[in-house]
Design a protein around this ligand. Structure first.
Ligand SMILES: [Zn+2]
Ligand SMILES: [Zn+2]
Length: 343
């Protein structure tokens, strides 16, 4: 099969190559998926720049995968998830064990002993075929195209999990600080909860997209301190979701808060956040974090998109060979929503 392999850290055209590799084969409890679509996430850029360590070189990136069951391994037919050839599936990129304490508590996103993790620990989905545990698959509802299902597995699901962690309520003012694929999904998830949303984006196209998806305000960070702009527009935010994660955006997010407000970290960068405990204590401000999603949130995300309640913006679809160009476009902020590879 063909796969787009990352050979080192560096710029996309130098370190991503499409090559022939052996077809993977499903072992016991595993499913062979013919990849129909794989979303290109900002996370890929962190493997290229080395902020996230690749598990090895070469490795196949791509963790937002939807496809069709091509074959099943021993024991799958009689299991709790008896997938059959031809089933349309989306992959939970973190292959939770199902056995550890977080898994038993329904918090598979915090699994202590994952069996694999696309791109982070095992080969991902920028390839024609992929082997994954049967328990890490969710059904793609009828009528939902695989190209739309793939980005759900990381963008909509991350947004659903973040909103759940922060327990967002109606009428709360929530800032989405960074409006990529996750941010645009988050705008919609927050609106569904009745929140009043401020979207922050450098690109006019992304601000426009956020307003179209239900944001009440759109803020351009180039027009001044985001914290001051949010204070002026709303009187202060109950929650700022940080999808950028630099020192500067973190400081501006904290300045945007109303008394009792919280900053929720989902995004990160190579930078740290330094903050005085006093500055947090005075306003009783909190710092929260959210990572990945549960299996239930993946199933919910697919259902919401299939029913048209949340929209996935697919910016473009490209073959494997064009992955380096798309990564460049993503780094330049030229992608609105998700680019999707169709191998
Ligand atoms: Zn992702
Ligand atoms: Zn586990």
């Amino acid at each position: 099969m063909r796969a787009a392999r990352l050979t080192a850290t560096g710029s996309p055209r130098d370190v991503v190559e499409v090559v022939d590799v052996d077809d993977p084969r499903p072992g016991p409890g595993e499913v062979l998926v013919r990849v129909g679509a794989t979303g290109v996430c900002a996370t890929e850029l962190h493997f290229l720049d080395g902020l996230l360590p690749a598990p090895r070189f070469p490795v196949t990136l791509g963790h937002e995968v939807a496809g069709t069951v091509e074959a099943v391994g021993e024991g799958v037919a009689g299991s709790a998830r008896p997938w059959a050839v031809g089933d349309r599936v989306a992959v939970h990129y973190l292959h939770s064990c199902g056995d550890c304490r977080p898994c038993r508590a329904g918090r598979e996103n915090l699994c202590a002993a994952p069996r694999g993790m696309l791109a982070f620990a095992s080969d991902g989905g920028f390839a024609e075929l992929l082997v994954v545990p049967a328990r890490s698959l969710a059904r793609v509802p009828d009528g939902l195209a695989l190209v739309d299902a793939a980005p759900v597995t990381c963008s909509v699901t991350t947004a659903l999990h973040a909103a759940a962690v922060a327990d967002v309520r109606a009428e709360q003012v929530v800032v989405v600080h960074g409006t990529g694929g996750v941010g645009l999904a988050l705008v919609q998830v927050l609106r569904r909860r009745g929140a009043r949303v401020v979207a922050v984006a450098r690109s006019a196209a992304r601000r426009e997209a956020a307003l179209g998806l239900g944001a009440e305000w759109a803020v351009d960070p180039a027009a001044g301190d985001v914290g001051e702009q949010v204070q002026r527009l709303t009187g202060g935010a109950d929650l700022v979701v940080e999808l950028v994660g630099t020192q500067s955006t973190g400081e501006q997010s904290l300045r945007a808060l109303a008394p009792g407000g919280a900053v929720l970290y989902v995004g990160y960068s190579a930078e740290s956040l330094t903050v005085s405990p006093l500055a947090l204590v005075v306003g009783e401000h909190r710092v929260l974090t959210a990572v990945s999603c549960t299996m239930a949130e993946l199933e919910l995300g697919l259902d919401l998109v299939a029913r048209g309640e949340v929209r996935v913006l697919v910016d473009r679809t490209v073959p494997l060979e064009e992955l380096p160009d798309v990564l460049d476009a993503l780094a330049a902020g030229e992608v609105v929503g998700r680019a999707v590879v169709v191998p």
